[in-house]
Design a protein around this ligand. Structure first.
Ligand code: ZN
Length: 462
């Protein structure tokens, strides 16, 4: 592969900080060097006078498929619209219907549409949790060239029903938890610790997975070295169920099953106490926080507490918008409001979480950095537009005023997947048309079956 020299105005990564006057040399998918003299080697050159180069974002918790599936329909939910928690009353049932109603090709189209959105929003790595039908997602991700950590859901109880007063009823244990399917996907697709396509376990949560299943997963993860992510301490319903069954909190329960360890990504942890955050930190597990998704339901995420606790912290979009620039801005604002302190969640702290924080959470010291030898997963933003002027500090410019549309170049392993605003590895318009049609089909089916609350189903009738 021909070498590439990128000549931005600024570069930044968490370890090296903000620097000007640097030339970044990309060779064979890696950052070959970062130098201060313009290299004379025979190479393609990308020069951007107001360019800001930084490591690609690691979108640490996500349900790419859910973003278009629920878009505009799970918003502005009023009390009484749903008989209980949104997870059990809407998100899980609709996911079931999607898995039944769509062909593998259609699932692939929705997944690819979501992945294109992800890519255009600055993510080079995405840790995604969906159903066992995740193979089309994996295939489309490979075709697009994105770095995907796919962790299909596992359940001991396949679904939860609701009582009339909105309490979840646990179904009898399932014969098939999905364990073997994940192992099959792992054997078929996983490329190993430094690979671009990774397969791991995504046990849904502590209220839907038995200790036996979770312990088995924990042992397997240790044996084969695959990713592991789980929702933890995310809702009052979960806290209550775990307390009733095991007499402890979700974080204590995870600790006692020895699942808190390096490489474990805990999604949300919004109900974790300071003591529990200290436990997570001591065990070197990571928290994936998605403030925007929670804010949409009127719920706060203690992002400022996460930052103060020193816990390993990454950010994810959790299947609302898949745009990390927008997510980081929302997360920053919400953290400041919650803490009542303007100084918390600085632009640098946010970008650190989105790059090095997310990368170390999944055990990748070759991602989230511009160090020599790191994978060339890069973002080049153009900060020449009026909205950024004057640029005193490109980090603050991006966090305060940035839009993903100003992303000029996105690379994974040294391959440009986005160049001058265009996706290079897919027909974006065609994929979008097919993906949107598939989502309409799911909602039509949901309405016909009457399996989701009528007031919400009516929103998809137009
Ligand atoms: Zn989630």
């Amino acid at each position: 592969m021909r070498s590439l020299v990128i000549e931005p105005r600024w570069i930044w990564d968490a370890a090296g900080g903000l620097r000007g006057g640097r030339f970044v040399i990309v060779q064979d998918g890696r950052i070959a060097d970062v130098v201060t003299e313009r290299p004379t080697l025979d190479a393609e050159r990308i020069a951007l006078p107001d360019g800001f180069l930084l490591p690609g974002f690691v979108n640490l918790h996500n349900h790419a498929f859910s973003a278009p599936l629920f878009r505009g329909l799970a918003d502005d939910i009023e009390e009484g619209d749903l008989p209980g928690d949104i997870v059990y009353a809407l998100l899980m049932p609709l996911g079931d219907i999607a898995a039944e109603a769509l062909s593998e090709e259609e699932i692939g189209d929705v997944a690819e549409m979501a992945l294109i959105e992800t890519l255009k929003g600055g993510s080079t790595t995405i840790m995604d949790v969906w159903r066992l039908q995740q193979a089309p997602f994996i295939e489309r991700g490979r075709r697009l060239g994105l770095r995907t950590y796919s962790c299909p859901y596992l359940f001991s109880t396949p679904k939860m029903d609701m009582t009339p007063d909105g309490r979840p009823i646990t179904a009898p244990p399932a014969a098939d938890t999905g364990f073997d399917t994940v192992m099959d996907l792992f054997r078929r697709y996983d490329e190993g610790p430094r690979g671009r396509t990774r397969i791991g376990f995504g046990p849904h949560g502590l209220d839907t997975c038995t200790p036996e299943l979770l312990t088995r997963i924990g042992r397997t993860v240790e044996e084969i070295g695959c990713p592991l992510t789980i929702h933890a301490a995310q809702s009052d319903v979960e806290l209550q169920i775990v307390r009733e069954r095991y007499g402890k909190s979700p974080i204590e329960h995870l600790r006692d099953m020895e699942l808190l360890r390096p490489g474990t990504v805990l999604a949300h942890c919004v109900k974790a106490t300071d003591e529990e955050l200290a436990i997570i930190r001591a065990q070197d597990a990571a928290v994936a926080s998605c403030p925007y998704a929670f804010a949409r339901s009127g719920l706060g995420v203690p992002f400022a507490r996460f930052l103060d606790s020193g816990v390993r912290l990454g950010v994810g979009t959790d299947g609302v918008g898949l745009d990390m620039v927008a997510e980081l801005r929302a997360a920053q604002m919400l953290a400041k409001v919650q803490a009542g302190r303007g100084g918390i969640a600085s632009a640098e702290a946010m970008l650190r979480s989105a790059t090095a924080g997310g990368a170390t959470a999944i055990g990748r010291d070759d991602l989230g950095t511009l160090a020599k030898g790191a994978a060339a997963d890069l973002l080049l933003f153009d900060l020449s537009a009026a909205r950024y002027q004057p640029v005193w500090n490109p980090l603050q410019a991006l966090l305060t005023s940035g839009v993903a549309a100003d992303l000029r170049l996105l690379m994974v392993d040294g391959v440009a997947l986005l160049r001058d605003g265009r996706v290079t590895t897919a027909d974006e318009a065609a994929v979008t048309r097919r993906g949107a049609a598939a989502i309409r089909k799911v909602w039509d089916k949901a309405r016909a079956l009457g399996r989701i609350p009528a007031r919400v189903a009516a929103r998809g009738a137009a």
